[in-house]
Design a protein around this ligand. Structure first.
Ligand SMILES: *Cc1c(COP(=O)(O)O)cnc(C)c1O
Length: 364
């Protein structure tokens, strides 16, 4: 098993039990005697894995049959382009985007390359991306193609509260960094998506959950691979899918159901981890700056700094000596970031808090 504690922003930590099964599967799958890396995507075994991965997601989310579940490639970044290609159809007003941080900025600027017009519904730039808007206070055109937002800003460590009522326009969310970290009422959403490498598995696969009525808006003439209907029709097996990544995703979602006991249990663990780390940072106070305003603090990504790049680097080094890694802040804002994804254990957070206290006593 890994001999360091991984707080990386992504790809991130995976459960030890999943890593052990994956290690064995690389040599030979118990069900087939073949390496998972050499399994045909047309095999009955892989079909059973696709089915299980979908069933696990449907079960965890309580997803109705109104939604299709697809497994795609190209990461969340491809979704930034595919969504406007598919859903900013003629005859409706331009899509609207909430620009609340690094990743939603990327989504907004990619959309501008695909559609003639798109509207910025809210822009947090002037506030240094430290706060978030209330979604139902925004002035969105009633006939907007959709409203896009990022549920958890991974870089700056800010998270929207749960959306508990329907909006008048189709709501589309990039949930890459907080998907399956807590229960989710999917009914307000027309589409949500998340790549695997933060909470679900290794890089290489992106889950997209799409309400079926939205598929009717897709214009004809898109390249097949960029048309969501292709992936729905072919059950995410149109061209060669990332067999390995989907296999690990099936194991992670199996772990969430069988070992963790579902999303409410996952939330309790995640809340406790976040509470402990923020409490430690608040208690050490003075020297430490947390990037997000209190109200918007993310449970998944804690972006902070000692206010001095040399101290931040010294902390990274002293944590590394304790076997704690992945604390470098995103290159766009620097500082430090501890990511508390589902597979990061409460014990790992204990170790991080201990390292913070020891460092503060000694150096700050
Ligand atoms: C990490 C991240 C991305 C980038 O995804 P890729 O799979 O690398 O394209 C997009 N959105 C959010 C919210 C992220 O956290």
């Amino acid at each position: 098993m890994p001999n360091a504690l991984n707080f990386s922003g992504g790809p991130g930590a995976l459960p030890d039990s999943v890593l052990a099964q994956t290690r064995d599967a690389i040599v030979a799958l118990p069900e087939t005697g073949l390496s998972v890396l050499g399994m045909s995507h047309r095999s009955a075994w892989f079909q059973s894995i696709l089915d299980e991965a979908e069933q696990n997601l449907r079960h965890l989310l309580g997803l109705s049959s109104d939604y299709a579940v697809t497994f795609l490639q190209g990461g969340s970044s491809l979704q930034f382009a595919m969504i406007p290609m598919n859903f900013a159809a003629a005859g409706v007003a331009p899509p609207e985007y909430i620009t609340s941080g690094y990743w939603s900025n990327r989504a907004t600027s990619e959309a501008a390359k695909v559609v003639a017009a798109r509207k910025i519904a809210w822009d947090g730039k002037s506030g240094g991306y430290r706060q978030l808007p209330a979604l139902d206070s925004l002035d969105i055109a009633r006939d907007a193609a959709y409203l896009h937002y990022v549920s958890n800003e991974t870089v700056e460590g800010r998270q929207f509260p749960a959306i508990d009522r329907a909006l008048p326009v189709p709501l589309i969310a990039d949930m890459s960094s907080d998907f399956l970290s807590k229960p989710l009422d999917t009914t307000p959403y027309a589409m949500l998506y998340a790549h695997a490498q933060k909470n679900l598995g290794p890089a290489g696969v992106t889950v997209a959950v799409i309400r079926r009525d939205l598929l009717e808006r897709i214009p004809d003439g898109l390249p097949a691979i960029l048309d969501f209907r292709t992936h729905v029709t072919h059950g995410s097996n149109y061209n060669t899918p990332p067999v390995f990544a989907i296999y690990v995703l099936a194991l992670v979602t199996r772990w969430m159901r069988a070992d963790i006991g579902g999303l409410a249990a996952m939330q309790r663990i995640n809340e406790q981890k976040a509470r402990q780390l923020y409490a430690t940072l608040d208690e050490l106070g003075g020297a430490i700056h947390i990037h997000a305003r209190q109200q918007w603090r993310s449970q998944m990504n804690v972006a902070f700094s000692f206010g001095d790049a040399r101290l931040d680097d010294a902390f990274i080094e002293s944590a590394r000596e304790r076997g704690i890694v992945g604390l470098e802040g995103h290159r766009s804002i620097g500082g430090l970031r501890a990511s508390l994804y589902n597979a990061v254990t409460p014990e790992a957070v204990d170790s991080l808090c201990e390292a913070l206290r020891a460092f503060s006593l000694e150096r700050v």
